[in-house]
Design a protein around this ligand. Structure first.
Ligand code: HEM
Ligand code: HEM
Length: 548
């Protein structure tokens, strides 16, 4: 088939699918009423914020702020009893997921610290090349790869999957089923990561970015990922909700997409040459767009409405966001190969779909904005909300930036420069990591049944990482553009494109150091929470229940 027709056919299929979806929304095939949005609230609970990381005074302020959405209190004794029963069932649901979620979140925190150390040392080496040169595993190439793999297969998936397992019983109103499979899956996954990082450290590397871990070890991720997905399959059959909330759609899709992506990308002896590069970036961007992104969006769709006690403003818009993400994301990968020796139609297709991504991103952003509108004061009283809203805004920025970065004219400047790394952190840090932090601040008090011991550390963490991340993003973006312009100018010697980045690389190290400090504060607080003496936990539990 001639490539242009193929390009057109795929594009028309996406647009056709989009219109079919809009039509089905209009016909009420999905859920014309916003009842679906209230699935995460017990009957009569709308207007009642839930924020376990806040103190009593902050909860009171959140309660006042939510007054406009509050429904009349349950009038009859039967309605009150229903609400009580729902809340008791939720408590049971929380207990059922506590151990698997705690296991995964603890692994996430360990990988966060490991990854930050590798990232910071790698960053320092780019402007202090004589630093620690004696050991091969401490060379930039290996440290960078260790950093990337520790965030990509350690911190981000363990954090997101831990939150997912914790949310599922609440979303489906049934205790967690198959938690043991999930825990074994998590152990298999982490064993794969330890072996994978070990092989990278000693120089065994599959040579493809994001897929460096050798396939013999990497397949443990696919196996572990499938096992972690089993509880969803079991619980869907036993669920006590009629409607599947939008977070469940995102979670279900991501849990299905990950093993498919990873297995296809890792099958040995199938992909060669240019096709291998295409497959590499088909995986590379899909793991971002069809795994981390949907899991993070699922968390935003759960935690944001829960903290302010108000259902998402337009439930249909949230479904539109889901389907358009599914339609368009799968074909954007080739925008990583602009200028490479692959068929131009494939690149053009990826650029068109990159720009089309503006639809799901706008649907998400407008919806979150409208949901929070009129209650922005809640940000002052909820740490969870601060992290989650920051993450949601960074999602919009990363995606809009990405759509422009995919245009040939702009990519010619930014490709091969530090700008791409800045964009990578805007997405993976500003969006994904901040959402994970927010989710953990909400979920952990429910998991260990006690409030955070030192609330001041939460603020310290927030401001350290916001200051560090902003410094990182701004300095590296400027440095990247200057580097790109120098590279494109034939009148300037190549070395100028290197020296021009120096102050900006130093700025990135400063930002990265602040972020790393923030992560140490977070990890210390997390450990304090989890390892506190049993007697103290008991007292706290009573305080936490009284405050709730
Ligand atoms: C509409 C949404 C987005 C579009 C169109 C987009 C587009 C792009 C483009 C054009 C590049 C640079 C390719 C190059 O020149 O090498 C890139 C890199 C990257 N993007 Fe995005 N982006 C989007 C959203 C995101 C999000 C939400 C995340 C994080 C979850 C993200 C993470 C990354 C990462 C990590 C890289 C660097 C990959 C690497 O080279 O290792 N992007 N993106
Ligand atoms: C959880 C936090 C973090 C996440 C999710 C994250 C994510 C990433 C990703 C996806 C890449 C690949 C970028 C690309 O290929 O374009 C990367 C590279 C990198 N990151 Fe991070 N990062 C984090 C924290 C940090 C910190 C604290 C530093 C400290 C300065 C840092 C420094 C670096 C460096 C130096 C690179 C290599 C850039 C290059 O090859 O030029 N990262 N990181």
């Amino acid at each position: 088939m001639d490539p242009t027709s193929l390009l057109l056919a795929t594009f028309l299929l996406s647009v056709g699918g989009l219109f079919a979806f809009i039509w089905s929304l209009r016909k009420g095939l999905f859920d014309l009423e916003a009842a679906g949005a209230r699935t995460i609230f017990a009957p009569g609970e709308v207007g009642q914020p839930e924020e376990p990381s806040s103190d009593a005074a902050q909860r009171q302020a959140l309660w006042v702020g939510a007054a406009s959405s509050r429904v009349a209190p349950a009038a009859t004794a039967a309605a009150r009893a229903d609400l009580e029963a729902e809340l008791a069932a939720r408590h049971e649901a929380d207990r059922s997921s506590a151990l698997p979620a705690l296991l995964m979140l603890s692994c996430a925190v360990v990988w966060l610290v490991v990854a930050s150390a590798a990232g910071l040392l790698g960053s320092l080496k780019l402007h202090m090349p004589d630093l620690l040169t004696g050991q091969a595993w401490l060379s930039f190439g290996r440290l960078r790869t260790l950093h990337l793999n520790a965030v990509a297969y350690g911190w981000a998936p363990m954090g997101l999957l831990g939150l997912t397992l914790w949310m599922l019983p609440r979303l489906l109103r049934t205790p967690l089923l198959g938690g043991r499979f999930a825990m074994i899956g998590a152990l298999v996954w982490n064993a794969g990561l330890v072996a994978g990082l070990g092989s990278i450290a000693v120089g065994i590397n599959a040579g493809l970015e994001w897929l460096e871990i050798p396939w013999q070890v990497g397949l443990l991720f696919a196996l572990g990922g499938m096992m972690i997905g089993l509880p969803l399959a079991f619980m869907l059959q036993k669920r006590r909700v009629h409607h599947l909330y939008v977070s469940v759609w995102y979670i279900g899709a991501a849990l299905f997409w990950f093993p498919v992506l990873y297995v296809v990308a890792k099958i040995p002896g199938v992909h060669f040459g240019v096709e291998q590069a295409t497959m590499n970036w088909w995986f590379g961007h899909n793991v971002l767009g069809l795994f981390y992104t949907p899991l993070s969006l699922a968390s935003v769709y759960y935690f944001l409405p829960k903290v302010i006690g108000r259902p998402v403003r337009s439930y249909n818009l949230s479904l539109l966001g889901f389907w358009t993400l599914a339609f368009f994301y799968g074909q954007v990968g080739a925008h990583h190969l602009i200028g490479g020796p692959i068929p131009p139609w494939l690149i053009t297709l990826s650029i068109v779909q990159s720009v089309m991504m503006i639809i799901p991103v706008t649907a998400f952003s407008v919806n979150q904005h409208l949901t929070l509108k009129g209650n922005f004061g809640a940000l002052r009283h909820s740490a969870t909300l601060r992290f989650i809203v920051f993450g949601a805004i960074m999602y919009t920025l990363a995606s809009v930036q990405g759509s422009f970065e995919a245009l040939r004219s702009l990519n010619a400047v930014t490709h091969f420069t530090h700008f791409t790394v800045a964009h990578a952190h805007l997405g993976m840090y500003g969006f994904v990591s901040m959402v994970i932090f927010g989710g953990i601040y909400f979920a952990l008090p429910r998991i260990v049944d006690a409030p955070w011991p030192r609330p001041a550390l939460i603020s310290l963490h927030f401001w350290l990482v916001v200051a560090g991340f902003s410094t990182y993003l701004i300095t590296l973006s400027i440095g990247g553009v200057l580097q790109g312009l120098a590279l494109l100018d034939p009148a300037r010697p190549f070395m100028e494109s290197v020296t021009v980045t120096l102050p900006w690389l130093q700025g990135r190290s400063l930002g990265g150091a602040l972020m790393t400090l923030g992560h140490l504060v977070f990890a210390f607080h997390f450990a304090l929470m989890v390892l506190r003496p049993a007697a103290l936990a008991q007292t706290d539990r009573m305080v936490s229940q009284a405050a709730a």
